[in-house]
Design a protein around this ligand. Structure first.
Ligand code: DAU
Length: 341
C-alpha cells in the first residue's frame, strides 16, 4: 500500500516507517521536525526506493492535500502529535493545535482525496486515571491533562468521520511505550541517560504511580495490524501487559546500569498526575495481535541502546532540552529527598 505516515521522524513514527518499508509498503513521511522530530532516527532508510520525506505541518491544508494527490495514498496513519504531559501543562495551546486541529485537517483532506483507510494513533490516557481493573474500548473517556484532553479530541473527531461520512477510520489507544530513539524527556530515557551521567533521577510524588509498558516494536506491530485488519469505526487498545510502579522501573534500570538507588530523588508531583493506566487488549488479541517482548528483555535492550548511542542523545540533551529541564526540574530537585527519606 501507499501510506502517508505523519510524525514519522518521531519515536513511534520512525519505528513504524521502518516496519512498513520492511513489509513492502511505499511510505511518505510528513513531519514538521519540531523539537522531538529527528531525521537521524531514519538515517538507515533515507535512500530507500519506497520512501519519501516531506517537511511540513499536518495543520498545513494545502501541503496535506498536495501530498495526498501527488502520491495517491491508499492510507494515512497519523502519528504526528504533541505527546508530553509535562509540556502540555507548560504550553497547552500547542497541544490543542496539533492534536485536535491538525488531526481535523488530515481527516478532512484524506476524506476529500478518497483515502481508503485512516488510522488515528491515540493513547490509553484518554480513559483517565484507572484506580482498578482495565479500560475497555467502550469505557467513558475521562482525560485529565491538556495532553490527554487534546488526544481525546482528535480520537473522537476521527470516530465522528465514520459515523457521519462512513470514512473508514480506525483508532488505536496505546499504553506507555519505550525503546530506542525515544526523546529523553520521557520517564525511561530520561532516567537512563541521567543515570549514565550520575545525575539525579526526579521521581514524581511517591513514585507509586503505575503504567503498562509496551515495547515500541510491539506497539508498531499493533498499529500495522489494526491498519490492515481493523474494522472501520472501531477502536483497539494496545498494551504490553507489563504493569509496573514507577519506582520499580527506576530501580530496575539502575540495576541494569550498575548505578546506586541513591540517585533516585522524590520530587514535587506532576499537577493532576494520573495514578494508574491499564488497558484490556482482548479485542486486538481476537484480531490476531500479541505483544512479543517481555519488559525485562525490552528494558535491558533499551538501556543497552542508550549506553551505546550517546552520539544520538547527547546533542539532544545539550540543546533546547537544557532550558526545558531547568524549568521542569530545577526547583523540584533543589527541594527533593532520597527514597530512603
Ligand atoms: O499512556 C500512554 C502515554 O504514555 C502516551 O500517550 C504519552 O505520549 C506518553 O508521554 C506517556 O505518558 P506518561 O505521562 O505516562 O509518560 P511519562 O514518560 O511522562 O511518565 C511516565 C510516569 O513516570 C508517569 O507516572 C510520570 C512519571 N515521571 C515522569 C517523568 C518524566 C516521573 O516520576 N519523573 C519524570 O521526570
Amino acid at each position: 500500500m501507499r501510506i502517508l505516515v505523519t510524525g514519522g521522524a518521531g519515536f513511534i513514527g520512525s519505528h513504524l516507517v521502518r516496519r512498513l518499508l520492511r513489509n513492502g509498503h511505499f511510505v511518505v513521511n510528513l513531519d514538521a521536525l519540531k523539537y522531538s522530530g529527528n531525521l537521524a532516527n531514519l538515517e538507515d532508510v533515507k535512500s530507500h526506493p519506497h520512501y519519501v520525506f516531506a517537511h511540513g505541518d499536518i495543520c498545513d491544508q494545502n501541503l496535506v492535500a498536495s501530498l495526498l494527490k501527488e502520491h495517491a495514498q491508499d492510507g494515512v496513519i497519523n502519528c504526528a502529535a504533541e505527546t508530553h504531559v509535562d509540556r502540555s501543562i507548560l504550553d497547552p495551546g500547542a497541544f490543542a493545535k496539533t492534536d485536535v486541529v491538525g488531526t481535523g485537517v488530515l481527516l478532512e483532506e484524506a476524506r476529500k482525496a478518497g483515502v481508503s483507510r485512516f488510522l488515528q494513533v491515540s493513547t490509553d490516557e484518554v480513559y483517565g486515571s484507572v484506580e482498578s481493573g482495565h479500560s475497555t474500548e467502550d469505557d467513558r473517556l475521562a482525560p485529565r491533562s491538556p495532553y490527554s484532553a487534546s488526544k481525546a479530541g482528535g480520537d473522537v473527531l476521527a470516530l465522528s468521520y465514520w459515523t457521519t461520512y462512513q470514512f473508514p477510520v480506525v483508532v488505536t489507544r496505546g499504553s506507555n511505550t519505550y525503546g530506542p530513539n525515544q526523546y529523553p524527556e520521557k520517564f525511561i530515557p530520561l532516567f537512563i541517560t541521567n543515570a549514565i551521567d550520575d545525575q539525579l533521577l526526579p521521581l514524581y510524588g511517591d513514585g507509586r504511580q503505575r503504567r503498562d509498558w509496551l515495547a515500541v516494536e510491539d506497539h508498531c506491530a499493533g498499529i500495522e495490524h489494526v491498519f490492515l485488519h481493523g474494522q472501520p469505526g472501531e477502536v483497539y487498545n494496545i498494551g504490553g501487559g507489563n504493569e509496573r510502579a514507577n519506582i520499580d522501573v527506576a530501580e530496575q534500570l539502575l540495576a541494569y546500569l550498575g548505578k546506586p538507588k541513591s540517585l533516585i530523588r522524590l520530587v514535587q508531583d506532576r499537577p493532576g498526575h494520573d495514578r494508574r493506566y491499564a488497558v484490556d487488549c482482548a479485542k486486538l488479541k481476537r484480531l490476531g495481535w500479541r505483544p512479543a517482548v517481555s519488559f525485562e528483555r525490552g528494558l535491558k535492550e533499551t538501556v543497552e541502546w542508550y549506553r551505546t548511542h550517546e552520539s544520538w542523545w547527547r546533542p539532544i540533551k545539550s540543546g533546547e532540552f537544557r532550558a526545558y529541564y531547568e524549568a521542569q526540574y530545577g526547583k523540584r530537585l533543589s527541594g527533593s529527598r532520597g527514597v530512603m527519606g
